[in-house]
Design a protein around this ligand. Structure first.
Ligand code: NAD
Length: 487
């Protein structure tokens, strides 16, 4: 085994699942078992919810703002001190290639934690709203912000540390307590957060972690349980809808980060047009990123030039991916056989729809026994094709021509999703377009629009609410108005 057996973290204790049940953690590079993970039963999940509830109701955790901040800083330091172990897990378990593991998976997550911690000072716990005369007498008013309560944090497998941290640290900073339920494919990245929580000295019950092989059981328990106040979910739009339905009975506060099909718009006045187009290849972490712009929109009059640039870019990259040891490699395998089948299916759909396969499209068993599929690019795509409308979550780029700026905006917005996007061109023109795209995060000329101190989230069916940044902490706060009659 390459990874140590992972444990649950419930009420401050690291322990196996009830009855010692475990399941296999399958590595994406080889398709083989790389470790064993605790397989939580319903009883374990029940204990985790009860522990989180007790820690919220029976301790003064939610009132100790300074203490929580200092503790989260310490937790962050312990995570940083274990960077190499985190990188190792991202590589082995999530299939991150070295060039993606260090940058996006681990440093991105740890820098994100720093960004949220910086925002903490801006949380307004109490606001004096002054005195107002109403009904013939004067009232002094106060608005307070208080932790919502117990949070069920349900996360996906693609960038597990990043998404886990994006929920756990803001929720704990806000004064909530948390039950974290990671995807079945990435238990080790969640389990190590439990181990490091012990090292950082988190009080019992404020953070609980339940890993399990059943994708739905623990998440459904959290969603339906009246003791859980908030569900913070990142994952597919389909499961997001189910969570809203299941949470309706208890009118659960629901926060959703869902799928995307973001646009990468290159205007005719983009500096280094060909190079910018080449930079649109969907290769980083094999395209398994929710805000990844996977629809390339290029001006009709420069379409042939763009296609030629892409042809060169894909040919040049053909031998550079799928290398576990090469430090500059940014594309590894897909997470699982299931995901490989899904992406393969979309390649067939694209061909059947009449799009032209410019590059890739093949499953590559010669790369190893894991889940490898080539960087893939479809050109001559229409935006109403399924490969342009549906989230593939693999290394597949689709290329669509546009007539003018108006048309580019129309195509970008012609999607059920609205998570991210990128625009390249002269700054004023590109910014104008960025403002018209119905999505939560847009990069102009390659700027970083996703960092820990900025809000992140989607429009339309990409979700609701924001995480990260000040908005990400406020997502876990209730608002109370107190009016005191002046006597
Ligand atoms: P998924 O929706 O299948 O699973 C996400 C999580 O939900 C997992 O922990 C899973 O076990 C759990 N789950 C499954 N059924 C459930 C149910 N009935 N009730 C409660 N929980 C349940 O998604 P995935 O395959 O793990 O991840 C890929 C998807 O996640 C993609 O669609 C991607 O766009 C999305 N994603 C979005 C963001 C974002 O921030 N918007 C980030 C990463 C991934």
């Amino acid at each position: 085994m390459l990874l140590p057996e992972s444990q649950l973290y419930i009420d401050g204790v690291l322990r196996p699942a009830k009855g010692g049940k475990t399941y296999d953690n399958i590595g994406p590079w080889t398709g083989e078992v790389i470790g064993l993970a605790a397989d939580a039963s319903a009883e374990d999940v029940e204990e985790a919810i009860a522990a989180a509830r007790r820690a919220f109701d029976d301790t003064d955790w939610s009132n100790q703002h300074r203490y929580r901040y200092e503790l989260m800083k310490k937790y962050r330091d312990v995570l940083v001190a274990n960077r190499d172990r985190l990188v190792q897990i991202a590589r082995l378990e999530a299939g991150a290639a070295p060039g993606a593991a260090f940058r996006a998976h681990i440093d991105g997550a740890l820098n994100g934690a720093d960004g949220v911690l910086e925002c903490f000072a801006n949380v307004k716990w109490e606001e004096d709203r002054g005195v107002r005369k109403e009904m013939g007498f004067e009232t002094k008013r106060l608005v307070t912000h208080e932790a919502v309560g117990v949070v069920g944090a349900i996360t996906p497998w693609n960038v597990p540390l990043y998404v886990n941290i994006g929920k756990v640290i803001p929720a704990l900073l806000a004064g909530c307590t948390v039950v974290l339920k990671p995807a079945p494919d990435t238990p080790a990245m969640a389990a190590i957060m439990g181990e490091l929580a012990v090292e950082a000295g988190l009080p019992p019950g404020v953070l609980n972690i339940v890993t399990g092989s059943d994708p739905a059981m623990a998440g459904e328990m959290l969603t339906r349980d009246p003791r859980v106040d908030v569900i913070s979910f990142t994952g597919s739009t389909g499961v997001g809808k189910k969570i809203m339905e299941n949470g309706a009975a208890t009118l659960k506060r629901v926060f959703l980060e869902l799928g995307g099909k973001s646009a990468f718009i290159v205007l005719d006045d983009a500096p280094n047009f060909a190079q910018t187009v080449m930079g649109s290849m969907v290769i980083f972490h094999a395209g398994q990123g929710c805000a990844y712009p996977t629809r390339l929109l290029v001006p009709k009059e420069r379409y042939e030039e763009a296609v030629k640039a892409l042809e060169m870019a894909y040919a040049g990259y053909a031998s550079k991916w799928g290398n576990f040891d090469e430090p500059t490699c940014i594309m590894g395998p897909l997470i699982s056989k299931r995901q490989l089948e899904r992406v393969k299916g979309y390649v067939e759909i694209g061909k059947a729809e009449g799009a032209r396969l410019l590059a890739g499209g093949n499953v590559r068993t010669d790369k190893g026994t894991g889940f490898f599929i080539e960087p893939t690019c479809f050109v001559d795509v229409r935006n109403d094709m399924r490969i342009a409308q549906e989230e593939i979550f693999g290394p597949v780029l689709v290329v669509i021509p546009f007539d003018d700026d108006e048309d580019a905006v129309r195509i970008a917005n012609d999607s059920i999703y609205g998570l991210g996007g990128a625009v390249f061109g002269s700054e004023e023109r590109a910014t104008k377009i960025a403002k018209r795209i119905r999505a939560g995060t847009i990069s102009v000329n390659g700027g970083m629009s996703i960092t820990g101190d900025l809000p992140f989230g989607g429009y339309k069916q990409s979700g609701m609410g924001r995480e990260w940044g000040l908005e990400g902490i406020e997502e876990f706060l209730e608002v109370k108005a107190i009016g005191t009659r002046l006597l």
